[in-house]
Design a protein around this ligand. Structure first.
Ligand SMILES: [Zn+2]
Length: 418
């Protein structure tokens, strides 16, 4: 069956945010493609958080009056009508020193450059009433700055659900320049759940069917841009790999997972692990594909596993004469939850600094038909050496330094780990 990965990227280049009808439409395109190739796929549903904003207000009250077009984060607490007048504090990196002498922020909205777990902990401890997070460059409008509704992540919600807003760097600059002092804030969220889904397909192994390799690529996108590079390309590459092994049956079983809702916190791969817990013992290895096929840029491999695995990738590159940017560590994509279960993982990718993801600029232009085909061929050749190997490149399990990185990545204190 002839298959064109680029044509699939074209077909999937539309907003397909996890849990929406468009994500379901993308899943059905993948299912139809699997069947057209002569395979069989299925959907696996799972529940994800969903937050709807019923309205908000963000108006500077003193020393001047100005409405600012911010974007509330989902799953946070509401500030119901009539809202609150809050003092405005710009805390740059929000270090202990930035907050010196500000032990009680229960009447203050704090504006920060970035909100990570450490910053959030400090703000929770000081009971901040609300948070504004700066996005983009000063010359971006809200769309270009990548401002869209995102849910606060569970690790943060565990501590508190402080009402949080995105503000563009442009508006943030004006607020600080004009010495905004008091802001009226209101926000009404309805927090609930909705359904997202993974697309699954399996190719049984011919010689070692009890051992399996999982191959993942997320097919959802953020709510802006067409998600062509991130990650219609990886989804289409995974389909090309599926097509190859349908025609060339592997020795080990291959489990293909097109993950939903990756952009909302790797929810599709977490759901697979939760619902297919009985398979985990048989899964020996994970390949993940997130962003590839760009015309410019280096090929990359993200290796999560023991030292031998990095050596395997290096030797493979020497054997076939390929240049690859090889990095060891946690890949922030759907392979991470598998690595967290001690499954050695390789993330394959091709990227360029000249394009963007998670913004309205993620369009098909930087993606090329030939580079995508070349990625599929190269990925297939590397996977072939694993799935058909007499012995796998490494044993299951993670070295201690990698376990620490995974703890950090999943924002876990080491003691919390099961
Ligand atoms: Zn991605």
């Amino acid at each position: 069956m002839s298959y064109s990965p680029y044509a699939l990227v074209e077909k999937m280049s539309f907003v397909r945010f996890g849990g929406t009808a468009e994500e379901l439409r993308a899943a059905q395109i993948l299912l139809a493609q699997i069947e057209e190739l002569g395979g069989k796929g299925e959907l696996m549903d799972f529940t994800i958080p969903q937050s709807t904003c019923k309205g908000f207000e963000f108006t500077v009250k003193a020393p001047f009056e100005r409405q600012v077009n911010v974007m509330p984060w989902g799953m946070c607490d509401s500030i119901p009508a009539p809202g609150k007048d809050l003092k405005f504090l710009y805390a740059e990196k929000c270090t202990e020193r930035d907050l010196l002498g500000k032990d009680d922020l229960s009447d203050t909205i704090v504006m920060v450059n970035a909100l990570n777990q450490d910053v959030y902990k400090l703000l929770v401890a000081r009971k901040a009433a609300a948070i504004a997070v700066i996005m983009g460059k000063y010359y971006h409008n809200n769309l270009e700055a990548g401002i869209y509704a995102r849910n606060m992540r569970p690790a943060m919600l565990k501590l508190a659900a402080i009402p949080t807003f995105y503000i563009s760097a442009h508006d943030a600059t004006e607020l600080v320049r004009d010495e905004a002092a008091l802001i009226h804030v209101q926000s009404e969220l309805v927090n609930g759940e909705t359904t997202s889904r993974d697309v699954l397909a399996v190719i049984e192994g011919t010689q070692m069917p009890e051992q399996s390799i999982v191959l993942t690529a997320h097919y959802d996108s953020v709510p802006i841009g067409t998600g062509s590079w991130d990650n219609a390309t990886g989804s289409a590459a995974l389909m090309g790999i599926y097509n190859h092994f349908l025609q060339n049956p592997p020795k080990r079983t291959m489990r293909f997972v097109w993950c939903g809702s990756e952009e909302q916190g790797l929810l599709g791969s977490h759901a697979y692990i939760a619902q297919k817990a009985d398979l985990l013992e048989s899964i020996q290895f994970c390949f993940n594909f997130d962003m590839c096929g760009t015309i410019l840029g280096p090929d990359m491999a993200f290796v999560t596993g023991p030292k031998e695995l990095q050596t395997f990738v290096e030797l493979y590159c020497r054997e076939v004469g390929r240049a690859m940017d090889i990095r060891t560590g946690v890949h922030s994509s759907d392979s991470a939850p598998f690595a967290d279960k001690g499954i050695p993982s390789i993330g394959l990718s091709r990227g360029t600094q000249s394009s963007e993801i998670h913004t309205c600029r993620d369009q098909i232009f930087p993606v090329g038909e030939k580079p995508l085909l070349k990625n599929v061929a190269d990925f297939t050749a590397m996977i072939d050496r694993v799935v058909n190997a007499a012995m796998l490149p490494c044993e299951k399990g993670m070295p201690d330094d990698m376990k620490k990185e995974l703890d950090k990545y999943f924002q876990r204190e080491p003691a919390e780990k099961k």
